[in-house]
Design a protein around this ligand. Structure first.
Ligand code: UGA
Length: 469
C-alpha cells in the first residue's frame, strides 16, 4: 500500500519505518528542513533499538522523506498524522499542528483517502479533523477520518509496534476500516512474522495480534484511558510502597502477591520515583481537561498526579535521612533518562531530583548510558558528567540510582564500595536486595522496603572502610 506519515517525531518515524518493514511504500513528511536533511543523510535522531537497522534497510527505497505534504497525500491511500500535541498552559492538548495538517491534506485529496490520527488526541478530534477538511472544500465522500492510537513505549518502540498486544482501529465506516485492515494485514495474517529478516519477537507476545475495530471516538478514548490506567497503576503501587515503609512490609512481596492475580497482572507494578516521560504526565493532564470539558471532574486523576509528585519528595526525604544536611555533599547519580533504554529526559523524575539536589547545594557527578548530551542542556554547570558508574561513585557521600537501566542492576559492588567515600546507596528503582546490600557492607535505602544496614558496627567500618577526608 502507499502510505504517508506526517511528522517524523518518535511515533511518526517508528511507524514509518515499521510500515516500510511490513512491505508498504512509505513517505514520511516533515517541515523541519534540518531534520529531513539528517534523516536523508542516514542519521537516526532517537535512541531506539532496531530503528537504525530498519532505516538502513528501507531508506531511499520504500521509505522516503519529504517536505511536500500535497505530493505525499496524492501518492497515498492512507495518511497517518503523527505531529506533536504539546500541552497548553491549562494542560489541554494543543491541536494546532493537527489542524494545520488537516488543512494541508484537504487541498490535496485526489481520490478516496483515509486520514488517520496517530498522535494522542482528545476524544472529539476526529470530528474536528473531518470538519476542517470539509471546510477546505474536500468532497464528503472523498475521505474518512480514523483513529489508530499507538501504544509504543520509548526504548522498545519498534518491537511494541510490530508485536503489539492489540491493534486498535477506530473507523466509522466499513470502507475506512477495510483500508486500515489492509495496512495491518501482514501482521494480522501472520505473514510478517514468517518473513526472513523480520524483527525478532520479544518474550510473551501474541502472534498474530488481534485487531479491534471500534468507533473513532472510542479509539481516541482507548488511548487516553490506557495511559491514565497505567499511570494509576504506578501511583497505586507507589502509595502501597509508602505504607510498606511505614509498617515494615516489603513492596516487592506485596506486588508479587497482587500481580499474580490475573485480573491485576504483574506489569507496571514497579514502585520507584514516579513516572515521567513525554506521555503519561501530558496525557493525564489532557485527559482530565477533556473530562472536565465534558462535564466530568476526574478527581481520581488528580490523585494519581499528586501521588506521583509526592514520590519524588519522599525520595528527597530519604536522601536527607541518609545524609542529614545536604549543602556541600557530593552525590553520585546513576541515571538521568526518564526510564531505562532511552536518551529522553522529558519530564524525567531523575532530572527533577538532580535539579532539586543542586538547589540544596549538593555537588553532583552523574552518569547515564545515553542521556548525558541531552541532560547537559538542562542541568547547570555544577553537574559533572562522568564516564561510568564507578567514576560517579568516586569520593561520593552517597550513590543515587534514579533510572532503571539494566546495567545499573549489575554493578561490581566491591568496586563500588571502594569508590564511595561512604558506602551509602539510595536506590529509587529497587535494583538490589536490601539484605544482600547490607551483607556487602552498604547502607541501602530503596522504595517500599526496609533500609538495609550493614551487620557490622559502623557504616563502612566493617570492610575496613574509613572516611577518606
Ligand atoms: C507510555 C506507555 O507505556 C505506552 O503504551 C504509550 O504508547 C506511550 O506512553 C505513549 O503514549 O506514547 P513511555 O512513556 O515510553 O510509554 O514509557 P513507559 O514505559 O510507560 O514508562 C513511563 C514512566 O513510568 C517511566 O518514567 C517509568 O520509569 C515509569 N514506570 C513504568 C514506573 O515507575 N513503574 C513501572 O512499573 C512502569
Amino acid at each position: 500500500m502507499h502510505i504517508a506519515v506526517v511528522g517524523s517525531g518518535y511515533v511518526g518515524l517508528v511507524a514509518g519505518a515499521c510500515f516500510a518493514d511490513l512491505g508498504h511504500q512509505v513517505i514520511v513528511v516533515d517541515n523541519d528542513q534540518a531534520k529531513l536533511a539528517a534523516l536523508k543523510a542516514g542519521e537516526v535522531p532517537i535512541h531506539e533499538k532496531f530503528l537504525p537497522e530498519l532505516l538502513r534497510r528501507h531508506r531511499g527505497r520504500n521509505l522516503t522523506f519529504s517536505d511536500d505534504l500535497v505530493a505525499a497525500v496524492r501518492a497515498s491511500d492512507a495518511i497517518f498524522v503523527a505531529v506533536g500535541t504539546p500541552p497548553t498552559e491549562q494542560g489541554e492538548a494543543d491541536l494546532s499542528y493537527v489542524e494545520s495538517v488537516a488543512r494541508g491534506i484537504s487541498g490535496a485529496i485526489n481520490g478516496y483517502k483515509v486520514v488517520v490520527e496517530k498522535s494522542t488526541v482528545p476524544v472529539y478530534t476526529s470530528d474536528w479533523v473531518r470538519k476542517i477538511i470539509l471546510r477546505n472544500a474536500a468532497a464528503p465522500d472523498s475521505f474518512d477520518v480514523a483513529s489508530n492510537p499507538e501504544f509504543l513505549r520509548e526504548g522498545t518502540a519498534v518491537t511494541d509496534f510490530l508485536y503489539p498486544d492489540r491493534i486498535v482501529v477506530g473507523a466509522d465506516s466499513e470502507r475506512c476500516a477495510s483500508v486500515l485492515r489492509k495496512v495491518y494485514e501482514p501482521m494480522t495474517n501472520g505473514s510478517y512474522y514468517q518473513k526472513k529478516g523480520a524483527i525478532p519477537a520479544p518474550d510473551r507476545v501474541r502472534i498474530p495480534p488481534p485487531l479491534i475495530i471500534t468507533s473513532a471516538k472510542s479509539a481516541e478514548l482507548i488511548k487516553h484511558a490506557s495511559n491514565a490506567f497505567l499511570a494509576m497503576k504506578i501511583s497505586f503501587v507507589n502509595a502501597v510502597a509508602s505504607i510498606c515503609e511505614s509498617v515494615g512490609a516489603d513492596v516487592q512481596q506485596v506486588c508479587q502477591g497482587i500481580g499474580t492475580d490475573g485480573r491485576i497482572g504483574p506489569r507496571f507494578l514497579n514502585p520507584g520515583i514516579g513516572y515521567g516521560g513525554s506521555c503519561f504526565p501530558k496525557d493525564l493532564m489532557a485527559f482530565r481537561a477533556v473530562a472536565r470539558e465534558c462535564g466530568y471532574e476526574f478527581r481520581l486523576l488528580d490523585e494519581v498526579m499528586r501521588i506521583n509528585e509526592d514520590q519524588r519528595q519522599r525520595f528527597l526525604r530519604k536522601v536527607r535521612t541518609a545524609l542529614w544536611t545536604l549543602r556541600g555533599k557530593r552525590l553520585g547519580v546513576l541515571g538521568l533518562a526518564f526510564k531505562g533504554g532511552t536518551d529522553d529526559i522529558r519530564e524525567s523524575p531523575a532530572i527533577l531530583l538532580v535539579q532539586a539536589l543542586l538547589q540544596e547545594g549538593c555537588q553532583i557527578a552523574a552518569y547515564d548510558p545515553a542521556a548525558m548530551d541531552r541532560a547537559r542542556e538542562v542541568l547547570n554547570s555544577k553537574t559533572e558528567f562522568v564516564g561510568d558508574p564507578y567514576e560517579a561513585a568516586s569520593g561520593a557521600d552517597a550513590l543515587l540510582i534514579l533510572t532503571e537501566w539494566e546495567e545499573f542492576a549489575a554493578l561490581d559492588l566491591d568496586r563500588l564500595f571502594q569508590q564511595l567515600k561512604y558506602p551509602i546507596v539510595i536506590d529509587g528503582r529497587n535494583l538490589y536486595q536490601p539484605d544482600a546490600m547490607a551483607a556487602r557492607g552498604f547502607t541501602y535505602y530503596s522504595v517500599g522496603r526496609q533500609a538495609g544496614t550493614p551487620v557490622a558496627p559502623a557504616e563502612g567500618a566493617a570492610a575496613g572502610k574509613i572516611k577518606k577526608s
